[in-house]
Design a binder for this molecule. Structure first.
Ligand code: TXA
Ligand code: MG
Length: 315
């Protein structure tokens, strides 16, 4: 029988980096952490001043709530007042993994995290370095994606450094994020539960786990800031195409246009999406031409990000 891997599962450099990250977080600092989805900009979720620094560093409005990241589902009860039956099913099946559950907040959760809402977003990320960081840190980490507000989420440590520079105290480099789009957010306080943001776990999978209970189209006012019309945008315009022929035609209609999403499977498209949007800006592309994938599996999340990247911007 195999036993739990000892901390020798980490190289001396990784071990030291995790310890350094813990020290900085305990001192109220900001650490960029790798997850399986995108890099997060983390602070001690119990420390209002540290959480406040996240909003300053990102340039994010204070009323946009943050996800609390925890080491494992056993800690869930510390952060929510009530684990609903649907949340229990989803947590059991999907954690660690790219799923965020919205649940009624526990008294412990500070207003700076929820923006004063009665709910809190909670997730157990699946990345070996961040799992160990959470374990050694002992508490919860409030973390949005580690990009400036409204820009493309970072999927490498270099993206974080390019975006946030000295505004982040330390970057825990865990390599490129394997999924590449953010977690799926499910509001478990709604009956039936609602997907507020499609992400790394397909809506169909969540639907199957809840045996068709899920309301996939949110009704009423949106409660996730990622639902803003213009978001996840590169500096250059993003043009959308419904099929490959149209995509190629739009791409060749003017010089300097970068074509993405043609000839790749959905997993690869998602993994490289944000890197390609950044690359377009780095290369000085005049526009990104993106093939809109079918609405299944990771296609839901890719479509959502593309529609937001292509939405009109008011500056
Ligand atoms: O994959 C992810 O979810 C990444 C990694 C770092 O975990 N995090 C992430 O965080 O994407 P952020 O802040 O960029 O997006 C979280 C979204 C925001 O739109 C926020 O408004 C929404 O979740 N959210 C968080 N807590 C909420 C709450 N209590 N009620 C409504 N929306 C909430
Ligand atoms: Mg974000």
């Amino acid at each position: 029988m195999s036993s739990v891997p000892p901390s020798t599962a980490f190289s001396p450099a990784e071990d030291a980096a995790i310890d350094r990250a813990v020290d900085i977080l305990r001192g109220g600092g900001l650490v960029a952490v790798p997850t399986e989805t995108v890099y997060g900009l983390a602070a001690d979720a119990d420390d209002p001043a540290a959480v406040g620094r996240i909003f300053t560093a990102k340039g994010r409005p204070n009323d946009h709530p943050l996800i609390v990241h925890i080491a494992d589902a056993e800690h869930l009860g510390e952060w929510t007042e009530r684990v609903t039956p649907s949340a229990a099913v989803l947590a059991d099946a999907c954690w660690p993994g790219p799923l965020t559950l919205l649940l009624p907040r526990a008294p412990r959760v500070i207003d700076a995290v929820t923006g004063g809402r009665p709910t809190v977003g909670i997730r157990v990320p699946a990345h070996r370095l961040t799992t160990e960081l959470l374990r050694r840190f002992g508490g919860g980490l409030a973390a949005p994606s580690a990009n400036r507000f409204g820009r493309v989420s970072p999927t490498t440590a270099d993206h974080v450094r390019a975006d946030l520079g000295d505004d982040v105290d330390f970057v825990l480099d865990g390599g490129p994020c394997p999924i590449g789009v953010e977690s799926t957010i499910v509001d478990c306080t709604a009956d039936p539960p609602q997907v507020l943001r499609p992400g790394g776990i397909a809506t169909e999978e969540i639907d199957a786990l809840l045996r068709g209970e899920l309301a996939t189209t949110p009704t009423g006012p949106s409660r996730a800031s990622g639902m803003l019309a213009s978001h996840y945008a590169p500096r250059c315009p993003v043009l959308l195409a419904g099929d490959e022929a149209e995509a190629r035609a739009i791409a060749s209609a003017a010089p300097g246009r970068m074509l993405i999403g043609v000839g790749v499977d959905l997993v690869t498209y998602a993994r490289l999406l944000y890197e390609q949007l950044r690359e377009a800006d780095r290369q000085g592309a005049t526009a990104v031409v993106a093939l809109v994938p079918p609405a299944n599996g990771l296609g839901h999340a890719i479509r959502d990000r593309l529609f937001k990247a292509a939405a009109d911007r008011d500056g």
